[in-house]
Design a protein around this ligand. Structure first.
Ligand SMILES: [Zn+2]
Length: 291
């Protein structure tokens, strides 16, 4: 009798152990869950930044957060922008309607996509205490390679008079700037911002808590907040005012460039299309017309 009791206790313990392991398998870490990473990538964009002379001056990254048509990115990505095109993971291209907020010192900006655009905002985790060795996933477009995923860990914390950054190892390059840095719960803990070119994988991210604070500050007075100077005139945020839809350029069927001048020597039998159409079809600005 006593022996049977012991066996049944043992069985209960074994059953408990089994259900525990099944439970922990269902709660896969974000970095071990390709489907969850794919879902997050749906909310990450590659940004193409154009100057007033219509030449492309920067490629960066950004992601949907807080609202379903608001993009978070780095200020330095959009510096000097006249208009910005946002490329989604599913190959849609949108013109950014306006720059809602820009903080040069923090190096963060918020961009508004059109009101008919809707993506799932990535969630921030500004509260969990970050520790060295925690696993992180970076999503962005290094060298313009759309939504590249890299995995690493928090390596240290970088602080000086004006900066309080997360240092991490997940590889990033120019073009990754403005992308999300996610923890193993799939929450955004930072915005990938800088890398030491002379070192290996010494990368920096602006902290989620700073981005959330900026959003709260901006949403109390929407449309008026700017601590940036690079993209503004007289301290005011300038909208991406040029209407790309209405601007016409010239292309040829076989060419890869769009041209400003219909008699450009690089082009025979030009046809006129809108600049947005040209960008959407993958044309690049002509080196002669857009010098
Ligand atoms: Zn040309």
């Amino acid at each position: 009798m006593k022996r049977r009791y012991r066996i049944s206790v043992l069985l209960v313990i074994l059953l408990l152990t089994c259900s525990c392991s099944i439970y922990s398998r269902a709660e896969a870490a974000f970095s071990d869950d390709p489907d969850a990473v794919e879902r997050a990538a749906d909310s990450v964009f590659m940004l193409e930044v154009y100057a007033a002379n219509r030449s492309r001056i920067a490629i960066g990254s950004g992601f949907i957060a807080f609202e379903n048509n608001l993009i978070v990115t780095n200020h330095h990505v959009i510096e000097g922008a006249t208009y910005i095109i946002a490329n989604s993971d599913d190959d849609e291209r949108f013109q950014v309607e306006r720059i809602e907020a820009a903080d040069e010192k923090l190096d963060i900006a918020f961009l508004r996509l059109g009101k008919n655009v809707s993506y799932t905002p990535l969630q921030f985790d500004p509260n969990t205490k970050l520790k060295r060795s925690m696993r992180v996933v970076a999503i962005g477009s290094p060298a313009g390679l759309m939504n590249t995923i890299s995995i690493g860990n928090i390596s240290a914390f970088y602080r000086d008079k004006s900066k309080d950054w997360i240092q991490f190892t997940a590889p990033i390059s120019s073009g990754s700037s403005g992308g999300p840095l996610l923890n193993d719960q799939g929450k955004v803990i930072g915005v990938t911002t800088a890398t030491y070119a002379s070192a290996q994988n010494v990368n920096m991210a602006v902290r989620a808590s700073d981005v959330v604070k900026l959003y709260e500050k901006w949403s109390r007075q929407p449309g008026t907040y700017s601590a940036g100077t690079a993209i503004s005139s007289g301290g005011n945020v300038v909208s991406t005012s040029e209407n790309v839809d209405a601007t016409m350029v010239y292309v040829t069927g076989s060419g890869r460039k769009y041209h400003l001048n219909p008699s450009c020597s690089r082009m025979k039998k030009p046809i006129q299309i809108s600049l947005l159409e040209a960008i959407q079809q993958g044309y690049e600005p002509c080196g002669i017309c857009y010098r």
